[in-house]
Write a protein that binds this ligand. Structure first.
Ligand code: NAD
Length: 456
């Protein structure tokens, strides 16, 4: 068994062989990945059921189908992305041509979390392959069945010197972080993101950090309350709230609060039934530690919807807590579970002031029919990305780079942004030898005068 260090060094040797670079090779590997996922769909769905009790519907839409879409998109645009991009040349560079070359970083490390354990491991890999890299994958130890399936698929289609899967927990992750990778792509919590960035700084490795945070869903008095309720409940309770971009809390204008909460209750019943704990398709909480952590939040504020849980199933009902204050424990950290606390406001300035006092969210959702309000929120608050009058769906467009800002992350991916996340942009000037501009040389008589004219 090779050591972690040997695996990385073997990948480096392989990378320098140049085999991973031609478009034909990249395309072939992407196709292999798609075919392998297709061939293993059953095992993937079973593993997701086993680790997280994900329904087949959720497994297909959020973990499998989304990868097919990403692979198709990358294959379609690969040649165009790879082509050196011609850019303008300033007057001072007369006679030259300027280009941006996309060069693979080399050997990359991709660390994944447990909440979408399949797609969040393989989606960045699509970018790494498209950009011509080798990769080491580190799936989450909290979803062992899915990690096993990922290892099987990768071993079946790729040699270890090209893409390797290293399973294990924190110690394995820390050993990986000591290696001199050329790129680290990390998806996970803010706290571990800091550890990753610190480790990367030792070798000055470029990082993409896809982190989390508290993402608000803001509803004002002009909103379509029926649709807002449905879309917020869907965004919050998909995967039992264990979604990095789930609305973390609801911030609603006081005069429409009562009606909105009534409609959210109806939406929950419509989606999960009168007894959600008996619904076989409800995703479970990943483990007992997280279950216990979430249970403690249930005594914050006043429970107006749900509130029941089942330890043997590791499930908590979709729950809404009213009368919440910024000082309540549930408002201190990302919730990452099916509990929606409700804050209310009179004037939108309160929202802006309070959101600004906290770390920049990964996502923000505004429900409002007022164009002015929409522009005001987009303009005054900083957040990774989001939706107006919906939740989650911005993550599923290959045309929209996805990522955080500040504490919610650094860098982005999806579509072309995935290719860029694993590429260095090499700036090249191609000079002519047909003539030589003399005034730049120190011996030229009127050099300073011309410089002053050109560079004023
Ligand atoms: P986590 O940070 O605990 O773990 C992520 C990965 O890091 C795992 O593979 C784990 O083995 C490894 N790890 C854990 N502790 C480590 C340490 N001390 N040193 C080195 N590596 C370590 O995150 P999680 O609990 O798996 O996932 C939940 C978090 O991920 C939430 O905060 C969520 O918001 C975030 N998330 C973000 C996105 C995004 O795209 N921005 C997507 C999904 C999840």
């Amino acid at each position: 068994m090779p050591t972690i260090h040997e695996i990385v060094e073997n990948q480096r040797l392989y990378y320098y062989s140049g085999e991973t670079k031609p478009a034909s090779f990249r395309r072939e590997q992407l196709q292999k990945l798609k075919t392998a996922i297709k061939n293993h769909e059953r095992e993937i769905i079973q593993a997701l059921k086993q680790d997280l009790n994900k329904s087949e519907f959720e497994a297909y839409s959020t973990e499998i189908g989304i990868l097919y879409k990403e692979i198709n998109f990358a294959m379609k645009h690969l040649e165009k992305w790879m082509r050196p991009e011609r850019v303008k040349t300033p007057l001072t560079h007369l006679g030259t041509k300027s280009y941006l070359y996309s060069e693979p970083y080399g050997v990359s490390l991709i660390i994944a979390p447990w909440n979408y354990p399949f797609s969040l491991q393989l989606s960045p890999l699509i970018g790494a392959i498209a950009a011509g890299n080798c990769a080491v994958l580190k799936p989450s130890e909290l979803t062992p069945s899915v990690s096993g399936v990922i290892a099987d698929i990768i071993q079946e289609i790729y040699e270890e010197k090209y893409v390797a899967v290293i399973q294990g927990g924190v110690e394995v992750s820390q050993e990986l972080l000591q290696q001199a990778f050329d790129k680290i792509f990390f998806t996970g919590s803010v706290n571990v993101g800091k550890i990753v960035m610190e480790a990367a700084s030792k070798h000055l490795i470029p990082v993409t950090l896809e982190l989390g945070g508290k993402s608000p869903a803001i509803v004002d008095e002009t909103a379509d309350l029926q649709l807002a309720a449905k879309r917020i409940a869907w965004g919050k309770f998909t995967n039992s709230g264990q979604t990095c971009i789930a609305p973390d809390y609801l911030y609603v204008q006081q005069n429409v609060k009562k009606e909105l909460l009534k409609k959210i209750a109806e939406s929950i019943t419509e989606m999960y039934g009168v007894e959600p704990l008996e619904n076989e398709d409800m995703a479970q909480i990943v483990n007992e530690n997280h279950f216990n952590r979430l249970k403690k939040y249930l005594n914050n504020g006043r429970t107006i919807i749900g509130g029941d849980s089942d330890r043997s199933l590791l499930q908590i009902e979709p729950t809404v807590l009213d009368d919440i204050d910024w000082k309540d424990p549930i408002m201190e950290e990302e919730i990452f579970g099916p509990i929606l606390p409700v804050l209310s406001f009179e004037h939108i300035d309160e929202v802006v002031n309070n959101v600004r006092k906290h770390p920049k969210p990964l996502a923000l959702y505004l429900f409002s029919e007022s164009k002015r309000q929409q522009d005001h929120i987009i303009d005054s608050l900083s957040f990774g990305g989001g939706c107006i009058n919906d939740t989650l769906i911005h993550v599923a467009s290959p045309y929209l780079p996805f990522g955080g800002v500040g504490q919610s992350g650094t860098g982005s991916y999806h579509g072309k942004a995935s290719f860029d996340a694993f590429s260095h942009k090499k700036s090249i000037v191609k000079q002519t030898n047909r003539f030589d501009i003399k005034f730049r040389y120190p011996s030229y008589k009127n050099g300073l005068k011309i410089m002053k004219k050109l560079l004023k």
